[in-house]
Write a protein that binds this ligand. Structure first.
Ligand SMILES: [Zn+2]
Ligand SMILES: [Zn+2]
Length: 430
């Protein structure tokens, strides 16, 4: 075995040639010109890996090209000479942006890091939105947060991903799909078409805004509405593809517009365990009890639900009433809803509830609001295992005989005549 291995001198020459380093580990002047981040490269050079010293077999010390040189003291083992498997294991702990930096080190690292399994976590929002010093010229790159540079990175990252076909387990983006010049919809579409999403479990898709882009000034109402609807159409198409390609998805976070087509698609994701549906805008499609029922009926594995819907109320109550029925739900957050009131729960396994009272202003103008059911009673009837409401820990019989703290909490969240009246008396001294 040892006879087949190259001599030490040969190995050292070969390694130095491949890595572009001098014998002392410093970068040669040629490569230093190309790489302006010498200090970062040095981090990886003279690192010791004590664990490797325990290996007894020489074979295990060799990398795929048989380039391992064991005659050097192992305390000074350069990263470059580690076996490929070790490098891959170490790199697997790195974040997407650090992997990208590692790819700039040398062609060998680049070749290894282009393996699809490294890119199992794709987060477009983690790309930097600041300019490189050499870019800070001209009128485009003036703000500390530069949308121009961010967009450029999004597109080149997207091209890279399209080339390597990553096997993605989680992905995230926060990109406005509708902006006329950004064309982020093309980025997302390309990603869905080229990535392997069979084992995708976690997705955060904010399709309504790009934080690096300043809001459009003086946009007319017609233009705003045009983009609002265009964005919905684009999302609808993308969501259709997403649902078809991601059978394993268990966590989904996104703004949602409650169109019939999107609800039907959402209902196909029966493996969902955690779902966050933020509001898309104030011009939502009408959110009905049927939508909610259909969703809860189909998502049989759903454990955590955060719902943010703003419902324009067309009644005297300032609120629409809804029922939620789900045997699997353990966590429910409806505290961000507006105009939404829970009239009935059938959630035998619910442990944690977050709830708030956000009626529309109309309710305040109404002198005689119709009676809404008491939240205490709704919880007693429909959530027997409930342990926590808005962080308040429920003891046995808490809801039947509420103490002062729980009563105060109910005064702020319940719209029944008793609690609402008590809170008005406290607030206005009536
Ligand atoms: Zn810039
Ligand atoms: Zn009440």
């Amino acid at each position: 075995m040892s006879a087949a291995r190259p001599s030490r001198a040969h190995v050292s020459r070969k390694v130095r040639k491949k890595s572009g380093r001098g014998r002392d580990g410093s970068l040669s002047s040629g490569s230093q010109n190309k790489m302006s981040f010498g200090s970062q490269v040095d981090r990886y050079h003279r690192t010791s890996f004590p664990l490797v010293m325990d290996l007894s077999s020489e074979d295990e010390m060799q990398d795929s090209e048989g380039m391992m040189d064991t005659s050097e003291p192992l305390e000074n083992l350069p990263f470059q000479q580690l076996p490929e498997l070790c490098k891959i294991k170490i790199w697997s702990f790195l974040h997407q942006n650090d992997l990208g930096r590692c790819m700039l080190v040398c062609t060998d690292w680049r070749r290894l890091l282009e393996k699809p399994q490294f890119w199992s976590s794709v987060r477009f929002s983690s790309l930097s939105s600041s300019c490189l010093p050499q870019d800070r010229i001209g009128p485009v790159h003036t703000d500390p947060v530069c949308h121009h540079c961010f967009r450029k990175r999004v597109f080149s990252f997207s091209q890279f991903l399209a080339r390597i076909h990553p096997v993605v387990k989680e992905f995230q983006f926060c990109l406005d799909l509708s902006h006329p010049t950004d064309q982020f919809n093309a980025v997302v579409e390309q990603f869905l078409e080229t990535a392997n999403l069979n084992s995708l479990t976690h997705a955060e898709m904010n399709w309504k805004e790009s934080p690096s882009r300043a809001p459009l000034d003086q946009e007319s109402v017609q233009d705003y509405m045009y983009r609002y609807r265009r964005r919905q159409r684009m999302f609808s198409r993308i969501f259709d593809t997403f649902v078809t390609l991601s059978p394993q998805i268990s966590t989904l976070v996104m703004p949602f517009d409650w169109t019939d087509k999107n609800i039907k698609n959402l209902c196909r994701l029966t493996g969902l365990e955690k779902l966050v549906l933020e509001k898309y805008g104030i011009f939502n499609h009408i959110f009905t009890q049927d939508h909610l029922t259909m969703l809860m009926k189909n998502l049989v594995n759903l454990k955590k639900l955060l719902l943010e819907v703003w419902i324009p109320a067309n009644n005297n109550r300032g609120m629409e009433v809804y029922s939620i029925e789900s045997p699997s739900l353990t966590f429910l957050d409806i505290s961000q809803c507006k105009g939404f009131y829970i009239k009935k729960l059938n959630t035998p396994n619910l442990l944690n509830l977050r709830i708030a009272r956000h009626p529309w202003r109309k309710m305040l103008l109404q002198t005689q609001s119709p009676v809404l059911p008491c939240v205490c009673q709704v919880l007693l009837d429909g959530a027997p295992k409930l342990q926590e409401v808005n962080g308040f820990h429920l003891e046995r019989n808490s809801l039947i005989h509420p103490n002062d703290e729980l009563s105060t909490l109910m005064n702020t969240i319940c719209c029944c005549l008793r609690h609402k009246t008590v809170s008005s008396i406290e607030m206005y001294g009536m």
